[in-house]
Design a protein around this ligand. Structure first.
Ligand SMILES: [Fe+2]
Ligand SMILES: [Fe+2]
Length: 328
């Protein structure tokens, strides 16, 4: 059966209800192999409901209209970094354009349990982006955003923001005690490239604004090909998913990436933040990793203001948000 022959009524908005480990691609394959009726049974009769509530969101695009005429012009000033817990980070350009990466939610299939204490705040931003389709990174309908750029590869320019997306792959062998990547084999899919299931695809984003180049690592593997490193070039601010359980990257993998890129600033992500996340994540805080670094500071609050001239003086300075996170 061809993909086009599937009835849209069965599929509209149904991605959140797929069985654990069943990506949209494998769903199509399953439907092709067993027939739509069988696939519909797998999804359950109440699964065909829309999840996006963006059509209801307040406000409008006036802020984006105000800024779009400035596209391509550099603005000097501080770059804002706001932490919403886990991998959710908002960057605000000196010109006032804002982009939020990786808003989170609980796994809608239930397979991975309760991770978050609240729904992601309906915070207002110009752009919302996601690195990959895992539940802890893809609540793209939660922020009140004028634009959604999901898994964008290539270049995007708006106001004084330039964003480049590099396609690569998710870390596919859990380095810590919790072998969560083994579950993918139990679900019947490959975790590792080249035949990885689609949800283990990744996009790493480079954000250029205010003279600062920030790399949003997401859950990317520690060993991307040489072309990847060459393409991203120099990095000033690096976000990295390292926690005490070494869920995505081990301490050593994180340290190797820092050593290779020699960023001015490192911001830990994907760790147990008690404001937003439950112990059920199996994550731990990043204290041990951070305190083993040559230089670190505990950020007092959930916001940072970075100035290109100050950042240029730094060398692998760890800026750790700890349990701080915005909740609105
Ligand atoms: Fe992930
Ligand atoms: Fe993740």
């Amino acid at each position: 059966m061809k993909k086009e022959d599937l009835k849209p009524a069965l599929l509209n908005g149904a991605r959140d209800e797929l069985a654990p480990g069943l990506s949209r691609r494998s769903f199509f394959m399953a439907a092709g192999a067993t027939g739509v009726g069988a696939a519909a049974t797998m999804l359950g009769s109440t699964s065909a409901k829309a999840h996006s509530t963006d059509w209801l969101q307040p406000g409008n695009n006036n802020h984006v209209i105000d800024l779009q005429g400035t596209t391509g012009s550099a603005v000097e000033g501080a770059v804002g970094v706001d932490f919403f817990g886990h991998c959710a980070i908002k960057i605000t350009s000196p010109g006032g354009a804002s982009v939020l990466f990786d808003p989170w939610r609980d796994d809608p299939s239930g397979a991975w349990g309760l991770w978050f204490k609240n729904e992601f705040p309906e915070t207002q931003v110009d752009i919302c982006m996601s690195t990959h389709t895992h539940f802890d990174h893809d609540a793209i309908d939660r922020p009140v955003s004028t634009m959604v750029l999901d898994r964008m590869v290539g270049n995007f320019e708006f106001a004084d923001l330039k964003i480049t997306g590099f396609a690569d792959k998710h870390a596919c062998v859990a380095p810590g005690w919790y072998s969560w990547t083994d579950a993918l084999a139990e679900f019947g899919v490959n975790a590792c490239p080249p035949d990885n299931v689609g949800h283990m695809d990744m996009v790493v984003y480079l954000v250029e604004t205010g003279g600062i180049r920030t790399l949003i690592w997401g859950d990317n593997r520690h060993n991307p090909p040489e072309e990847f490193w060459n393409a991203i070039g120099q990095v000033d601010v690096l976000t990295l998913p390292v926690d005490g359980s070494q869920h995505i990257l081990s301490y050593e993998m994180g340290n190797d990436i820092v050593e290779r890129l020699k960023p001015k600033v490192v911001i830990p992500t994907h760790y147990l933040n008690e404001t937003t996340s439950y112990t059920l994540t199996t994550l731990q805080n990043a204290d041990e990793w951070v305190k083993a670094q040559q230089s670190y500071q505990m950020v007092d609050g959930a916001s940072l203001s970075l100035n290109a001239r100050e950042v240029a003086q730094m060398d692998r300075e760890f800026m750790y948000f700890g349990h701080n996170a915005h909740t609105a």
